[in-house]
Each structure stands twice: as structure tokens, then as C-alpha cells.
Design a protein. Structure first.
Length: 345
């Protein structure tokens, strides 16, 4: 009888050991592989439920044994009710326990959002949303929403002046509204009391500074060191009530960015951005000016120039003039070089 009892005990211990070992295997043994994918990041969307997470992990080849993962996920404390959207960095050989702890923690990896060389709201929305969950149309709809942009003190045209080109870190699951709110925070940081005082001294609003900076940047896109001089020229024109006569504003108004040489026929096209016809600044920026361009306006070079023309050596710099007669000398040199290079439009 004792032998039978001992045998049952031994069998029980063996069964228990096997169950314990199997449990250990399911919880702690490697069950994540990156061999089936080129993307080491796993994305949980904002509307995902537990079943969606399970489905994507298996269908995208991250989880080797689905059954063991589901078992541990079911047992792991409150994982079903702790689904956090985001971008998660997976490591090859992670156990079910490690994977679930990561996803349950909500410790997602931020993404970098960079936007520059932007002309339109469509361009901007596309660049912001490129590495985020939110869609570019969601951002564009907000930028075109009169009531929404008015909350920040802008209209549907000047809202572009809220955005400062740079590289920013975001959570991948950032919504369109949150992205714009973040940009508003960056805008407030940039517009210090000192910068506001300089804008007031110019008798320009913050948006007007950005609009002028966009023109300065378009006129001098190569050499930022010349932008304060260009800014001073346009400030002189504004103060004298002269037309700004900026070719980039003509191109922007027409919407044909392939134009390399602005001709009289282009200047005859009447748009709100035609600074050959309308005095003062156009209604909105013609690009998103960089911080350097904004500061070039706020710290403009004081001089007597009111004319400028690209140098005929195509260096990217300009010849500046105080008189129209001198300007014509520079303009003819540049026009001759354009013709020589067969740049007619």
C-alpha cells in the first residue's frame, strides 16, 4: 500500500513539475521573432481592442506561438483593459511576459516629425501626418475650419504662421488636434517678450512678421546671411507706401511653381498675392519661414536700399540699389545673362 501511495505521490510531483515547466515555458521562453519583418516597431492604433492586438502580432509575424501568447495575455493582470495606442519597439527573443509588460506599460517610442520647404496647407498636413497615426485630411480639415483656427487667434489663411519649421518629437498616436496644440505651444515659446517688442516697433503683428519673412526667405533661399538686408529693403518699401513688387508672391498667387522667370504677362494676373498690383503685405505667407528668416525681419539691416536684383553671376546673392537708374543697370546685366542661358520662362 505504501508503495502505491508513494507511486501516486511521485506521479503527482512529476505531473506538477511538467505543468510548472510548461507554464514557465509559456510565460518566460522566447516567443517574439523579427525574422519575418523588416519593421521592429509594432503599432497599436487608437481604436484597437485586445483581439486586434492579438491579430496583428500574429498576422505580421511577430509572435511565434499564438496560443501561448493568448494564454499568458488572458492571465496577465488586466492586460485586456490596458490597451495603449502607440509605437512599440520589439526585441528579437522577447518572452510573452516581456512583450505583454511592454504593451501594457504604454511606453511607446516617440517619432520625429520634420517639416520645412512648405508652401501650402496641403503640403504641411502631409508632412506632419507622415509619421503619425492621424491622417493628413484630419489636419487639413482643422486648418480649414474657421472656428477651430480662430481659437488660436488666426484665420484660415494666417493659420500657417502658427507653424515653425523644425524637427519635433511626438507620440505616434498624437491626434490632429493634439499636433496643432503642440505647435501652438512652440509658437508661444518662440514669441518671447523681446521678439514681440521688436514686432511692435515695426508696427507689424506676429503673423505679418511671418508673412514678410516668407517673402524674404523666398527672395533669398540660398544665403541666409543676406536675409536681414532683404528684410530691410522691404521694410523701407512698406514705410514709403511703395509696392513690394516681389516675384515669388506672383508665382505663389498663380500657383505655378515651375515658373523660373516672372514676365509682364504673369504680373498682369490679378491675385491677392500680386504685390505688383496691391500695396502692403499679401494676405498670408507664401511659405513657412524658418526661425532664421523670422529673426532676419525682427533684426533687419537698416539701410537706404529700395531696389534689388539677382546678381548676374548666379551666385544667389543680390545687387542692391537706392535709385531706380542704378537698379536698371543691375537688372539689364541679369536679364542679359538669363537670355544667354536661354531661361525665358
Amino acid at each position: 500500500m505504501k508503495k502505491i501511495i508513494i507511486s501516486f505521490i511521485l506521479i503527482g510531483l512529476l505531473v506538477g513539475a511538467y505543468i510548472a515547466y510548461d507554464m514557465y515555458q509559456q510565460v518566460y521562453q522566447p516567443n517574439v521573432t523579427l525574422n519575418n519583418t523588416t519593421d521592429k516597431y509594432f503599432y497599436i492604433y487608437s481604436d484597437y481592442q485586445f483581439d486586434d492586438v492579438i491579430h496583428d502580432l500574429y498576422e505580421k509575424g511577430y509572435v511565434i506561438d499564438r496560443e501561448s501568447f493568448e494564454f499568458v495575455a488572458e492571465k496577465k493582470a488586466n492586460f485586456k483593459n490596458n490597451i495603449h495606442p502607440g509605437r512599440y519597439l520589439l526585441e528579437d527573443g522577447m518572452s510573452n511576459n516581456e512583450l505583454i509588460d511592454l504593451l501594457r506599460s504604454g511606453e511607446s517610442v516617440p517619432v520625429k516629425v520634420t517639416f520645412n520647404n512648405v508652401r501650402t496647407k496641403t503640403d504641411l498636413a502631409g508632412k506632419i501626418s507622415k509619421n503619425l497615426e492621424c491622417d493628413s485630411l484630419e489636419i487639413l480639415d482643422l486648418l480649414n475650419n474657421k472656428d477651430f483656427v480662430s481659437q488660436y487667434g488666426f484665420n484660415r489663411i494666417t493659420i500657417l504662421t502658427l507653424f515653425l519649421p523644425n524637427t519635433y518629437q511626438f507620440n505616434w498616436s498624437t491626434t490632429a488636434e493634439e499636433a496643432i496644440e503642440r505647435m501652438a505651444e512652440e509658437y508661444k515659446k518662440f514669441w518671447t517678450d523681446e521678439r514681440k517688442a521688436k514686432a511692435n516697433k515695426l508696427n507689424l503683428s506676429q503673423s505679418e512678421v511671418a508673412i514678410l519673412a516668407s517673402i524674404v526667405q523666398a527672395e533669398q533661399s540660398v544665403h541666409s546671411d543676406e536675409r536681414p538686408r532683404v528684410a530691410g529693403l522691404y521694410i523701407n518699401r512698406i514705410r514709403q507706401g511703395m509696392l513690394l513688387q516681389s516675384d515669388p508672391t506672383i508665382i505663389y498667387g498663380i500657383g505655378d511653381f515651375s515658373i523660373r522667370r516672372v514676365l509682364n504677362r504673369h504680373k498682369d494676373i490679378d491675385t491677392p498675392y500680386n504685390t505688383y498690383k496691391h500695396t502692403g503685405l499679401p494676405p498670408g505667407p507664401i511659405n513657412l519661414p524658418s526661425i532664421k528668416s523670422l529673426d532676419a525681419v525682427l533684426n533687419y539691416e537698416s539701410h537706404g536700399y529700395i531696389y534689388m536684383c539677382a546678381k548676374e553671376d548666379f551666385s544667389g546673392y543680390h545687387n542692391f540699389a537706392k535709385t531706380y537708374s542704378q537698379h536698371l543697370v543691375y537688372a539689364r546685366k541679369y536679364q542679359r545673362e538669363l537670355n544667354k542661358r536661354k531661361i525665358y520662362n
